[in-house]
Design a protein around this ligand. Structure first.
Ligand code: SF4
Ligand code: SF4
Length: 183
């Protein structure tokens, strides 16, 4: 989410952060909607920074876990063997938009998933990913402390999730209960 520079800066000193992935894990990178991609391209035309990724079964399995109870919608959005866009990474797994001082894209233009992380929403329930490499997740004892660390709250996180869903043409809320809460 990176709205608190201090925690994310401290994280960057110890961890790969959420802007890097393990090389070979690109398939599981969260997809980028056309709208989010266009918004970044309008800001940084001709820079690139995007990759085309096949809708593999592994990718679908990963995404379906994030949208429980919405299998039909998700499979319609990502038909097997078709393709979607994602952020491109370098040979070490770093996002191409990651600079020496963090993300080079202004906060309000970043992909919704980047702005949401480490939070996620299913129905009305907000949770946090159990990401060991996220310093905020490791330091906070409960969700409220994590909200404080990022200067946010459940309503703002839900609003962002609604925007992410709308960017994919999904209704702003799934209306489903979460399968598993992290807190
Ligand atoms: S777009 Fe920015 S916030 Fe998102 S992964 Fe890349 S560097 Fe990180
Ligand atoms: S992993 Fe967590 S603490 Fe680290 S940069 Fe990302 S949101 Fe910030």
């Amino acid at each position: 989410m990176t709205s608190d520079p201090s925690i994310c800066k401290r994280c960057a000193l110890e961890n790969p952060t959420c802007c890097r992935l393990e090389p070979g894990q690109e398939e599981f990178c969260f997809p980028l909607s056309e709208m989010e991609k266009n918004r970044i391209q309008d800001y940084q035309p001709n820079e690139g920074g995007f990759a085309v990724q096949e809708n593999t079964e592994g990718f679908l399995h990963h995404i379906l876990r994030l949208f429980p109870g919405e299998e039909e919608r998700v499979r319609k959005l990502f038909p097997r063997r078709k393709f979607h866009f994602r952020l491109a990474v370098d040979s070490k797994g770093a996002c191409r938009f990651l600079g020496a001082a963090g993300c080079r894209i202004p906060q309000e233009l970043r992909p919704y998933y980047c702005r949401l992380f480490p939070f996620w929403v299913v129905g009305r329930s907000v949770s946090a990913f159990d990401a060991a490499s996220c310093l905020a997740r490791r330091e906070a004892v409960h969700l409220l402390r994590m909200f404080e660390a990022f200067n946010t709250n459940a309503a703002q996180v839900r609003d962002l999730m609604g925007r992410l869903r709308l960017a994919w043409g999904l209704p702003p809320s799934s209306g489903m209960k979460p399968v598993k809460r992290s807190f």
